[in-house]
Design a protein around this ligand. Structure first.
Ligand code: C5J
Length: 226
């Protein structure tokens, strides 16, 4: 077992039953010129998570931790996209419309894929999800169960949307979730701050929060054994 200082208190985990989850680090959200930027968002708010997440991935791969990536997106015929999600916003900027990096949030398009800096390594599962949460209409729960995972270390974008939805879904299913504060990002600084505060409030109502350096330091004994 390993322990680190976190909010609201120490987080204890067994690396053998812990997975790093990297949520939706996709070009359409993260890249200058992508869909997120065309909506008027400042992608620099998300891009600051790239360097710490790349360092975290290196440490987790060296420690042999389970690593799982997710991508938000839909089938080309949009049959998995409910009208309530599809018919939002300007028609030219809806899911499936042509975007700067291909059809917006459509599987197989360049913009839908994960940025090069955080590309999945061979053997790391990539969960394609039609919703904000990683569990809804995916194999995520089965992948975790097959590997005996009980704790999730959660990173990715955006803090208040797909990260929060996934953590809430996981918490309800009995997983212990640690959110790494420097490896999750929001286009909105006020949502970043509130999103992190909400995880750890009320004695950790959804989970724990800590910087990635604290988690990597707690992994060091695992690294020394490899
Ligand atoms: C959003 C996400 N923000 N990955 N998706 O629409 O958080």
């Amino acid at each position: 077992m390993a322990t680190l200082d976190a909010l609201p208190g120490p987080f204890t985990f067994d690396p053998a039953t812990t997975a790093l989850v990297v949520i939706d680090m996709q070009r359409d959200f993260m890249e200058p010129g992508g869909f997120g930027e065309t909506l008027g968002n400042d992608v620099a708010q998300l891009r600051r998570v790239i360097a710490p997440t790349a360092a975290l991935l290196r440490a987790c791969r060296a420690a042999g931790l389970t690593i799982i990536h997710t991508r938000e997106g839909h089938l080309p015929d949009l049959s998995d996209c409910p009208p309530a999600k599809l018919n939002r916003g300007e028609p030219s900027q809806r899911i499936g419309a042509p975007g700067p990096m291909g059809r917006i949030l459509i599987r197989g398009e360049y913009g839908h894929d994960i940025i090069d800096e955080l590309a999945p390594a061979d053997g790391e599962p990539v969960i394609d999800k039609p919703g904000k949460g990683a569990f809804y209409n995916t194999s995520f729960g089965d992948v975790l169960a097959a590997r005996g995972i009980r704790s999730l270390v959660v990173t990715g974008v955006t803090t208040e949307v797909c990260v929060h939805t996934t953590v809430r879904e996981a918490n309800d299913r009995g997983y212990e979730c640690l959110v790494l504060s420097d490896c999750v990002g929001s286009y909105f600084p006020e949502f970043q701050e509130a999103g992190l505060a909400m995880i750890a409030a009320q004695g950790g109502i959804f989970g724990w929060v800590a910087p990635s350096t604290a988690f990597v330091a707690a992994l060091q004994p695992s690294l020394q054994r490899t």
